[in-house]
Design a protein around this ligand. Structure first.
Ligand code: SAH
Ligand code: SF4
Ligand code: F3S
Length: 441
């Protein structure tokens, strides 16, 4: 058999990109490519990019710069840019980095095999359409599809694409297009296939995943209940949710669905009603707090995670203090926070910026509060028994690491464990970003 060509994919951005990279590897696998861990001897390098903040988008160009030497050594090397920067900047990428052969947006990578044919003829290829057809239904198939997920016990599964919310700061509705839900039957058959490969935990993905509405009126909760019936699947998670779409049946499922894990990522961005309105988030701080109360009533031990932006245009100190008050009221187990980054084409890009030093100082203050809360949530786990799905060996010999129900990283000294083992453990120590435990069964 002829040697396979080597494909190196580097993924930036959100979990949806991680999933897409697996699917692109699959599409190119049908074309004779096998994945490799290093760009050095690759025949094709693909960057799957993120446009969410300026820094993320600019990183693509510096990364491309680093591949110049490789291309000089091997003129046959193909270099591609996929994902949200590809969608947003299109041809501009080839203008700025002429060595780029391929630009493919997030909704057209099922056409990769055709584009590769053009590349083989020495042409360039660019496709940033929002096509009618569903990319997932048109991906080239080959034996062992979804092989990217093969060796991992936890997998992502995109159930919804795009976003219709148009938050004033955000590029996603432009880079990913309109919100579309995949058919439940397809999702369930993909989930069964994953479980057949040893996957025991599935995280359902969508930028606005709790607005999922599949054929026949299936809600996200309906989908979760259907997954709950799959033998061999032990854990279900979903991300990212929007506070305005937190339906009653979903909240209830946290209390009643055995496989749904006690963790919810529910970004709020700001605690100031004035800023929430300007962000076009569609809810107030008070409404968010009420929602958290109802979710905690359904599942008292749930760990809440969030996203925050500091320095959104015209944010005052008083607005920022409202955000800090909301954080204190919620008590986050985990959160991501960012300094506002002005994005071309978004409504907020037209507005007056906050002094970057002020935005930075607020970010530091917010992150200090979040890390205190995060540490408190971790410390509260000491002495408790939780289940852990082990994923890989740890840094030290004989150590295995995995994720708890609450998505804490947990390590144990237990050389007999294998990736994919799901064990009850007792937490013994809380470190900076992980917990130590002993296996109890
Ligand atoms: N769909 C999700 C998250 C999308 S992007 C949601 O609605 O929450 C992930 C996070 O990036 C956002 O929650 C937000 O906190 C941050 N983000 C998005 N655009 C940003 C921008 N222009 N500047 C800074 N942070 C941004
Ligand atoms: Fe962006 Fe808002 Fe959509 Fe999230 S809900 S992806 S922040 S527009
Ligand atoms: Fe980034 Fe696109 Fe995801 S902009 S956050 S990779 S949807």
């Amino acid at each position: 058999m002829a040697d396979k060509k080597k494909l190196y994919i580097r993924t930036y951005g959100c979990q949806m990109n991680v999933y897409d990279s697996e699917r692109m590897a699959e599409a190119l696998g049908a074309d004779g490519y096998a994945e490799t861990d290093t760009p050095d001897d690759a025949d094709m390098i693909l960057l799957n990019t993120c446009h969410i903040r300026e820094k993320a988008a600019e990183k693509v160009y510096s990364e491309l710069g680093r591949f110049k030497g490789l291309k000089a050594d091997n003129p046959e090397l193909k270099i591609g840019v996929a994902g949200c920067v590809a969608q947003a900047e299109g041809e501009e990428i080839m203008r700025r980095q002429p060595m780029v052969d391929l630009v493919v947006g997030p909704q057209t990578y099922h056409r990769l095999p055709d584009m590769m044919e053009a590349l083989a003829k020495g042409e360039k290829a660019l496709d940033t359409d929002f096509p009618e057809e569903d990319k997932f239904e048109h991906l080239p198939k080959r034996p062992g599809a979804r092989q990217g997920a093969k060796h991992r016990p936890a997998a992502f599964l995109t159930v919804q694409e795009g976003c219709d919310k148009f938050c004033a700061f955000c590029v996603v509705p432009y880079t990913r297009g309109a919100e579309v839900s995949r058919p439940p039957t397809r999702i369930l058959s993909e989930a069964r296939e994953l479980v057949g490969r040893g996957v025991r935990e599935i995280t359902l993905l969508g930028q606005n995943v709790n607005a999922y509405h599949g054929e026949g009126g299936v809600t996200l909760a309906g989908l979760i209940w259907a997954l709950n019936d799959i033998d061999g699947l032990e854990r279900i998670r979903f991300t990212t949710s929007h506070p305005s779409d937190m339906a009653d049946d979903l909240i209830e499922a946290f209390g009643t669905c055995a496989k749904l894990m006690p963790y919810l990522h529910l970004p709020v961005q700001s605690g100031s009603d004035r800023i929430l309105k300007r962000m076009n988030r569609g809810h107030t701080g008070e409404e968010y707090l009420k929602l958290i109360e109802r979710i905690r009533a359904a599942r008292p031990d749930i760990l809440i995670s969030g996203d925050f932006i500091t320095g959104f245009p015209e944010e005052t100190d008083a607005d920022f203090q409202d955000t800090m008050a909301l954080i204190r009221a919620v008590g986050y187990g985990q959160a991501y926070s960012f300094k506002y980054s002005s994005r071309p084409g978004t409504p907020a890009a037209e507005r007056t910026l906050v002094d970057p030093d002020v935005a930075n100082a607020r970010l530091q203050e917010l992150q200090a509060l979040i890390s205190t809360q995060q540490r408190a949530a971790q410390d509260a786990m000491i002495g408790r028994e939780v289940s852990v799905l082990f994923e890989k060996p740890g840094r030290f010999p004989g150590q295995m690491v995995g994720k708890s129900d609450h998505l804490h990283a947990v390590h144990v000294a237990a050389p007999e464990l294998e990736p994919g083992d799901l064990k009850r453990v007792r937490i013994t120590e809380s470190g900076t970003n992980s917990l130590a435990a002993v296996v109890v069964d």
